[in-house]
Design a protein around this ligand. Structure first.
Ligand code: HEM
Length: 512
């Protein structure tokens, strides 16, 4: 027995000595104690971003947790986020392994979860060139115009009726995106709206599943049990998306074959299919699976994020009639009442832009951004962040930090972004870490230009072309603003409101 104790003490001493020599004696950031085996997972609760926000109040802006066998570090201040995403960006340019990437996103063959490297660079370049560059944005301007007109037409048919605002806006954002990527609306024909509803439901389910902290991702020994039933649902959902994309690609090929050389299509899918035959600059060819994985990213990352932000913006404006009035006065003076707002008006609408920034601040679409992983040990603020740690950046918490937002951080006050306001110079492009709804660094949102443009354009249109009333029984002061957690932060109770036209009749698209 004495020998055993001696051996134990000796081994412990040697290990401690080796840690000292290797420099690993640095402390992990502070954090709450966890349970055996599963660690802090059970403490996350139904709204993890809020739980982690509360923990940062106790432990500080860098909190250390353990999910199963995985070290997790949470950054909850602008300074901490900047350390991780600017100073240490190269070290955190990969995403951690997870069941969503495996079972839904074609086993990491997509862009969102692609390992940082040549393939990731090629996929980003393709998207930038054909969808998000200034030129591509210009090329598809008419497509966005057409879909926003369609949104107005649809709403104008429903004057005085209760409308599911998020649903209408989602259809618009999705169709604008899919016309640019695959040359057509998501669903054509007379069942179009029903189809759009089904597609939206698939995206929402994906976002819900992607937001779940799946025990199997953190305790590999329990993965086979699929305790939360997440993997089973993921596989089923993947099958639905896969079938959908197979259909789109097959139909597209058929159309390409029929088209003569003049009639070649210019959407992104045609270009991707072209790349199947010849290797790109990096010598990488695209398979059908690569193409489907990329479409999955674009169709999911770019739709619910955009539409739920517009829904939050309108809800905030309905709750603050004085701000709605102010935004409408600005729109009326810049656009007038004889036509709809156009994208070229947006730079002349500083108050509208401030409303959008304030919406992104209080209702960031991805409250915990997308996770990153440390490729090697690093030191942040004197703390050790071990290799393999998962990084969560709590953008929701950062954007309501009173030390960065001293003027009533929880109040909806767009004027803070106007000239002379405390945050006049803050932009959304990953430079100002107190407001990073699109993330920052190398893996900042690939669709930022499109997402921001569509949120501004749709919000401006909804409040310029319509006044909004609540349905019977609801009162402005008590409009439910609760959040439902998922990878995207949706409204717990969808916004249902009644549109009323407010422009000259000739401003509305023809067949109203
Ligand atoms: C309101 C709109 C949107 C918001 C708030 C948003 C937010 C984000 C965030 C927070 C990230 C993670 C960034 C990071 O790791 O630092 C991200 C990544 C990404 N987003 Fe967006 N997004 C929006 C719209 C879009 C659109 C319209 C598209 C494309 C159609 C898109 C495609 C992507 C892709 C492909 C990535 C992965 C980038 C990579 O890993 O390299 N997003 N987005």
């Amino acid at each position: 027995m004495a020998l055993l104790i001696f051996v134990f003490l000796f081994v412990t001493f040697i290990l401690a000595f080796l840690r000292l020599l290797s420099g690993n004696h640095r402390r992990l950031p502070p954090g709450p104690k966890g349970w055996p085996i599963i660690g802090n997972l059970p403490q996350l609760g139904p709204k993890p971003h809020q739980t982690l926000h509360a923990l940062s109040k106790t432990f500080g802006p860098i909190v250390s947790l353990r999910f199963g066998s995985v070290n997790v570090v949470v950054a909850s201040s602008a300074a901490a986020a900047s350390q991780f995403l600017r100073t240490q960006d190269a070290n955190f340019s990969n995403r951690p392994p997870n069941s969503g990437a495996e079972h839904v996103a074609y086993n990491y063959q997509d862009l969102v979860f692609a390992p940082y490297g040549a393939r990731w660079r090629m996929l980003r370049r393709l998207c930038a060139l054909h969808l998000f560059s200034a030129k591509a944005m210009e090329d598809f301007r008419d497509v966005r115009r057409g879909e926003v007109d369609e949104l107005v037409r649809e709403l104008a048919k429903k004057v005085g009726e209760a409308v599911d605002v998020g649903g209408e806006v989602n259809t618009c954002a999705t169709n604008a995106l899919t016309r640019a990527t695959v040359g057509r609306r998501v669903f054509g024909g007379k069942d179009e709206r029903e189809g759009a509803e089904e597609f939206k439901e698939m995206v929402v389910e994906l976002m819900k599943l992607a937001g779940v902290f799946n025990i199997g991702d953190f305790v590999p020994g329990l993965a086979w049990l699929d305790l939360q039933g997440v993997v089973k649902k993921m596989k089923k959902l993947h099958g639905r998306f896969d079938e959908f994309f197979d259909g789109i690609i097959a139909e597209h090929r058929e159309a390409e074959e029929k088209a003569d050389s003049d009639g070649k299509r210019s959407d992104m899918l045609s270009i991707l299919i072209g790349l199947k035959e010849e290797a790109g600059r990096e010598g990488i060819k695209l398979t059908d699976t690569d193409i489907k994985a990329l479409l999955l990213n674009l169709f999911t990352a770019g739709t619910d994020t955009t539409s739920s932000t517009v829904e939050w913006a309108l809800a905030e404006l309905i709750r603050h009639p004085n701000l709605l009035k102010q935004a409408q006065i600005e729109l009326d003076s810049v656009v007038g009442s004889d036509r709809l707002v156009s994208e070229s008006d947006l730079p002349n609408l500083p108050f509208l832009q401030a409303v959008v920034k304030e919406t992104f601040r209080l209702h960031p679409s991805t409250p915990l951004s997308l996770p990153r992983i440390a490729s090697k040990d690093c030191d942040i603020d004197g703390y050790l962040i071990p290799k393999g740690s998962t990084l969560l950046v709590n953008v929701w918490s950062i954007a309501r930090d009173p030390s960065m937002w001293p003027d009533e951080p929880l109040a909806f006050q767009p004027e803070r972004f106007l000239m002379g306001g405390l945050h006049e110079r803050v932009d959304l492009k990953g430079n100002d870490f107190e407001l990073i709804p699109f993330g920052a660094g190398r893996r900042i949102c690939a669709g930022l230009s499109l997402g921001l443009r569509m949120v501004q354009f749709m919000t401006a249109t909804l409040i310029h072309a319509f006044d909004w009333g609540l349905v019977d029984g609801q009162i402005v002061e008590k409009l439910n603003m609760e959040e439902a957690y998922g990878l995207t932060l949706r409204r717990a109770v969808p916004l249902v409101a009644k549109p009323m036209t407010r422009l000259a009749p000739k401003a509305y698209p023809k067949d109203v």
